[in-house]
Write a protein that binds this ligand. Structure first.
Ligand SMILES: [Zn+2]
Length: 109
């Protein structure tokens, strides 16, 4: 059951609400020198074309590729929706912290 996703997905949007991709939290299980190590990683899947939720073509999703957040120091991605052009910065640490915070807050009574 290596690299199985725990199904936690959230949309990664530009400042105007267009969906640039999705952020996925994944459980990773690996073996290092005979010791099993389990941890969570944040994965960003970027869509080649950003999705405008108000456009009719929103169903046509075309993934540009998968970028593994923990391997990146960060980068900027420009929204491809015409007349938008918002630039969103990806910072894997911020995304991970945000995610943990929300999960923690959600679990409080
Ligand atoms: Zn946009």
């Amino acid at each position: 059951m290596d690299g199985i996703s725990d199904g936690k997905i959230k949309q990664w949007k530009c400042g105007k609400g267009h969906v640039l991709g999705v952020v996925v939290r994944e459980k990773v299980k690996t073996e290092i020198e005979g010791v099993t190590v389990k941890y969570h990683t944040t994965k960003l899947v970027i869509y080649r074309l950003a999705i405008d939720p108000e456009a009719e073509s929103a169903a046509q999703v075309d993934a540009a590729g998968t970028l593994y957040g923990r391997m990146l120091l960060g980068f900027s991605w420009k929204c491809s929706v015409p007349s938008c052009g918002c630039v969103r910065d990806w910072n894997p640490d911020d995304e991970a912290l945000d995610w943990l915070k929300k999960r923690f807050e959600g679990s409080k009574e």
